[in-house]
Design a protein around this ligand. Structure first.
Ligand code: BGC
Length: 454
């Protein structure tokens, strides 16, 4: 059963990555067919994060009344419809509207899927499942790049293929039930007990099942005083909000989606002058992203969040700096220096800046405010994603590759300072230990795992 849940997570992550990545290969053929200004290009590309921003807010709001399962199914339908609109679009206005709808579906799914998993999964493997979600995002991006590469100039086919994972999500969710927690909140105790029994592979009369059910009922009773957004700003919770939203701000302003959404354009600027080699290099970026996410999964609980974060920000700052210097000085071999720089950048991103904000946002908020806190962090994710994607084509035109990448490099330097000053070490700690530290009003940064007794 738990594997089915992991699959749902994976499909939602796949869709997220797929719809992000597909535009990279579509931009070339779209430019060949329509006259598109840099601002229009930015707008058309940024409709996905913009739609996602709205989807995250509305999804968070409807999760309680409608249920996690219904919302995931609704999102899956929108994925299919949005992909169809994009594939049949007569021009870039309709295409942008289709992408807005896709973005909305991503926003809903990207909020509900992790929520669904965390409410379903046994605590001991929750962290691993969150990282699987990021892995699926990277696989979705790679899948999109491969499709871009395989179908040549047919941008309609590129968008049409996005219907496949959408339909997979619809079929997958069809067979799942809602989470025990949501069922309890809606007075469906018996069903809740059956779902818990299924997840644990035990009979409904098993004491462990009854124990979990009463823990959920207890927590549900405590929830009758509805948590409000303003509580995220109270002195005890603010440090968690700062870390979660700050990490997403830095993740996005490090320029990741300038690369993910516009990789062939970037390679074009760096001297790869035919579309085939640009797309091949882009596929290479997708592969490194997947492989290094696997490395991150192996390291995240072993060497800890903070060391990984320092490696990530330092590597990203250096590699972006390398590309900026090479592009700014017109260095001989710019093509290869940029390729090396981009590979190192993606590796640094994937090993830390990619998974860590997702993992940490799910562990640092107190239970009562976890949903709201994750919603606020998602807003930061999509808001800054939108900003970067919208501004990149215009910045590239006005400042050139060297100028834009210098800005992203500086953000990564700021990331080092932010990590040093504000980010706590949470590896090896239970969610309750993290919550107790926060509630005691001690500096959040001083949180660290207890040294193991010899
Ligand atoms: C980010 C996405 C990004 C992806 C790249 C995710 O963690 O939120 O914006 O495109 O990583 O792998």
């Amino acid at each position: 059963m738990i594997y089915v849940i992991a699959c749902v997570a994976a499909i939602a992550g796949l869709l997220f990555g797929y719809d992000e990545g597909i535009i990279a290969g579509a931009l070339g053929p779209l430019h060949a067919q329509f006259h598109i200004s840099p601002l229009q290009e930015g707008l058309m590309t940024a409709t996905v994060p913009l739609g996602a921003l709205v989807g995250a807010v509305i999804g968070g709001w409807l999760a309680a009344p409608l249920g996690r399962r219904s919302l995931l199914m609704g999102a899956a339908v929108l994925f299919v419809v949005g992909a169809l609109i994009c594939a049949l679009a007569p021009g870039i206005v309709v295409l942008s509207l289709g992408r807005l709808l896709l973005g909305f579906a991503i926003g809903v799914a990207a909020l509900i899927a992790p929520l669904y998993i965390s409410e379903m999964a046994p605590a001991r493997i929750r962290g691993m499942l969150v990282s699987i979600y990021q892995l699926a995002i990277t696989l979705g991006i790679l899948g999109a790049y491969l499709v871009d590469f395989a179908v040549g100039d047919s941008w309609r086919l590129m968008f049409a293929t996005a219907m496949v994972p959408g339909a997979m999500l619809l079929i997958g969710v069809w067979f799942l039930s809602d989470t025990p927690r949501w069922l309890v909140l809606h007075g469906r105790r018996q069903e809740a007990s059956e779902v818990i029994a299924q997840v644990h592979g035990r009979g409904p009369a098993d004491p462990a099942v009854a124990g979990e059910l009463s823990a959920i009922e207890y927590a549900a009773r405590a929830e009758t005083s509805t948590a409000g957004w303003h509580e995220l700003l109270t002195p005890l919770v603010r440090p968690a909000l700062l870390v979660a939203a700050g990490l997403f701000l830095l993740q996005q302003l490090s320029g990741i989606n300038a690369v993910i959404y516009f990789a062939p354009t970037v390679f074009g600027r760096a001297g790869f002058d035919n579309a085939g080699s640009q797309l091949l290099a882009t596929v290479g970026i997708g592969v490194v992203n997947v492989l290094m996410t696997l490395v991150a999964m192996a390291l995240i609980d072993r060497i800890g969040r903070r060391p990984l974060m320092f490696i990530g920000f330092a590597g990203a700052a250096l590699s972006l700096g390398l590309i900026a210097v090479a592009a700014g000085t017109g260095a001989a071999g710019l093509q290869w220096l940029s390729l090396i720089g981009l590979v190192l950048y993606i590796a640094s991103f994937a090993i830390a800046l990619g998974p860590l904000p997702w993992v940490m946002m799910a562990e640092i908020f107190p239970l009562r405010l976890r949903g709201l806190g994750m919603g606020a962090a998602s807003l930061a994710n999509w808001g800054f994603n939108f900003l970067v994607v919208l501004t990149f084509p215009v910045l590239l035109e006005t400042l050139g590759l060297a100028g834009v990448f210098s800005i992203y490099a500086l953000v990564c330097v700021a990331g080092l300072v932010f990590a040093a000053r504000y980010v706590p070490e949470t590896s090896g700690l239970t969610l309750e230990e993290i919550e107790a530290h926060l509630k005691a009003g001690k500096p959040f940064r001083s949180l660290a795992p207890m040294p193991k007794a010899a």
